[in-house]
Design a protein around this ligand. Structure first.
Ligand SMILES: NC(=O)c1ccc[n+]([C@@H]2O[C@H](COP(=O)([O-])OP(=O)(O)OC[C@H]3O[C@@H](n4cnc5c(N)ncnc54)[C@H](OP(=O)(O)O)[C@@H]3O)[C@@H](O)[C@H]2O)c1
Length: 250
């Protein structure tokens, strides 16, 4: 018996670190990213785990969500102890004034970081509606969804949207027969490609750029592996979902 984890953005950063931890336990994995990680295939084979990687662009989420719903219906709950969707994939716009943003960047960031999580959540709810087992939804949020920062307004907006979606869905699910337990979790500050992008931003266009240099210089960043352990420990908490918006730092 295993738990099914559907994880977006598993090709790099926090997502890649989380799926490597999950391969150490009885888990079946479905990973959705544009990239394909051959080392992950090899690791899953060595551990005897079922793993599939869908190479998909979540900036166009509708057909992917449809595919997920059909896949779940075909898979069914046999052999499973539970099912978890981790909406982890996100992208930053190029940091700088909002009026200078390319409209395509704004649209892509909103699609990957907000529309895709909502549509995949709907696919999970519909595709597993009759499954008699625990269902959890972990939305990876950010402190920037809860406090503003000039120069990353689109990212701040989509993370705030993810938080409020999670609050509303948790209320809706509270009266369901088999409620989906929902948390939108800020994962801490992690040394990934996203931080590289923030440190590499133009410090004239993005006034907060030196803050990210200093976070790196002072050793304040978690490694992806440390962050993955903390996020997955949160996911396993028996009271997961009691508060739909949370921070891994407590
Ligand atoms: N790093 C931090 O300090 C920090 C802080 C707070 C919150 N977070 C959140 O943590 C999560 C993980 O971020 P990270 O730091 O690990 O970022 P990252 O290293 O940039 O990784 C982003 C992941 O998202 C995937 N992704 C991006 N665009 C995609 C698209 N169009 N379609 C499919 N997948 C896409 C990427 O895969 P492909 O490129 O292969 O598609 C990659 O696996 C994000 O939700 C982020 O907002 C990070």
């Amino acid at each position: 018996m295993s738990t099914l984890y559907i994880t977006t953005g598993a090709s790099r950063g926090l997502g890649a670190a989380m799926v490597r931890v999950l391969l150490d336990e009885p888990a079946e994995l479905l990973c959705l990213s544009r990239g394909h990680d051959e080392a992950l295939d090899a690791l899953a084979a060595a551990r005897g785990r079922r793993l599939a990687q869908w190479q998909v662009d979540l900036a166009r989420p509708e057909p992917i969500a449809e595919r997920l719903e059909q896949w779940l219906r075909a898979r069914g709950p046999e052999g499973l102890l539970g099912v978890v969707l981790i909406n982890n994939a996100a992208m930053l716009e190029t940091p700088g004034p909002f009026e200078a943003q390319a409209s395509s960047d704004i649209s892509r960031a909103l699609a990957v970081g907000l529309a895709a999580p909502l549509l995949l959540t709907r696919a999970l709810l519909r595709g597993t509606a009759a499954w008699p087992l625990p269902r959890r939804l972990l939305n990876i949020s950010s402190g920037l969804g809860r406090r503003p920062m000039a120069g990353v307004s689109t990212y701040c907006a989509l993370k705030a949207g993810l938080d409020h979606f999670s609050r509303s869905l948790a209320e809706e699910q509270a009266t369901a027969a088999n409620p989906l337990r929902v948390v939108s979790l800020a994962p801490g500050i992690i040394d990934t490609g996203m931080q590289v992008q923030l440190r590499g931003a133009d410090d004239v266009a993005f006034a907060a750029q030196p803050v990210f240099d200093e976070l790196k210089r002072s050793g304040a960043l978690d490694t992806p592996e440390q962050a993955a352990q903390r996020v997955l420990a949160f996911l396993r908490r028996p009271d997961f979902g009691a508060e739909p918006v949370a921070d891994v730092r407590g």
